[in-house]
Design a binder for this molecule. Structure first.
Ligand SMILES: *[C@@H]1O[C@H](CO)[C@@H](O)[C@H](O)[C@H]1NC(C)=O
Ligand SMILES: *[C@@H]1O[C@H](CO)[C@@H](O)[C@H](O)[C@H]1NC(C)=O
Ligand SMILES: *[C@@H]1O[C@H](CO)[C@@H](O)[C@H](O)[C@H]1NC(C)=O
Ligand SMILES: *[C@@H]1O[C@H](CO)[C@@H](O)[C@H](O)[C@H]1NC(C)=O
Ligand SMILES: *[C@@H]1O[C@H](CO)[C@@H](O)[C@H](O)[C@H]1NC(C)=O
Length: 181
């Protein structure tokens, strides 16, 4: 692993953290089709109801993983899928319990996703929706996904690379500092 790649990964990691710091909810992986703070409470996609053709991401039909940053709030995060944002969304994961104190976020939550629960097939294009339910408030966001075989290297599994490379970086930095004390 070369250091410029490591720095690039770290840089992207911090940009993602910073850019989502002011949002209630924001897809990290797969990337959101749009992130509109003023319209987040609008069903079904927080004001971004059309396909974003530059943000369509490969996602495995089973054994996917989605990661969402929550700015703050207590509640439930639900994950749903539909072929397009006018169709009926169906659940594709267990509900995730969220608890982020004001000022403590954003905090990432990751859930296993099985798109075949909603009848999705390899080759389909569709919409992965998150709903953050906090008391009476419902907040929505969507991501555009192209459904691929679970065994291919899809974006749904890519977050592990970033985390392990950051761990390597921290281990490397620690040993460098120790060696130079
Ligand atoms: C579509 O996605 C791209 C890439 O993520 C982003 O730069 C762009 O702002 C999005 N378009 C809209 C309308 O949100
Ligand atoms: C959903 O329906 C509305 C109203 O019929 C239409 O304007 C919009 O283009 C449709 N969106 C999609 C993604 O099909
Ligand atoms: C998730 O929570 C919502 C709201 O409480 C509920 O309607 C839905 O059935 C739950 N879904 C699952 C998969 O447990
Ligand atoms: C995904 O969901 C389908 C349909 O409910 C089920 O048959 C399959 O066993 C699930 N796969 C995994 C890996 O959970
Ligand atoms: C719901 O939203 C309103 C207006 O933003 C806010 O005052 C209230 O505290 C929110 N409720 C919960 C349970 O977060």
């Amino acid at each position: 692993m070369n250091s410029s790649k490591t720095f690039a990964i770290l840089f992207i990691f911090f940009i993602v953290l910073i850019s989502s710091a002011n949002a209630h909810i924001a897809f990290v992986n797969p990337p959101f089709r749009g992130n509109n703070a003023e319209r987040m409470k609008e069903y079904p996609c927080g004001g971004s109801n059309e396909v974003n053709t530059t943000a369509i991401t490969d996602f495995p039909v089973t054994d996917g993983q989605a990661t969402v940053n929550i700015g703050h709030g207590d509640g439930i995060l639900t994950f749903n899928y539909a072929p397009d944002s006018n169709s009926t969304f169906q659940s594709v994961s267990d509900n995730v319990t969220v608890a982020v104190a004001e000022g403590a976020g954003p905090k990432p939550y990751t859930a296993p996703i099985n798109l075949s629960k909603a009848g999705a097939k390899i080759g389909d294009q569709g919409v992965l929706q998150i709903i953050f339910i906090s008391g009476e408030n419902f907040t929505y966001q969507c991501a555009d996904v192209k459904i691929v075989n679970a065994k291919t290297e899809a974006n749904g599994d890519a977050s592990f690379v970033g985390i392990s490379e950051i761990a390597f970086f921290i281990i490397g930095l620690t040993s460098f500092v120790m060696a130079n004390l």
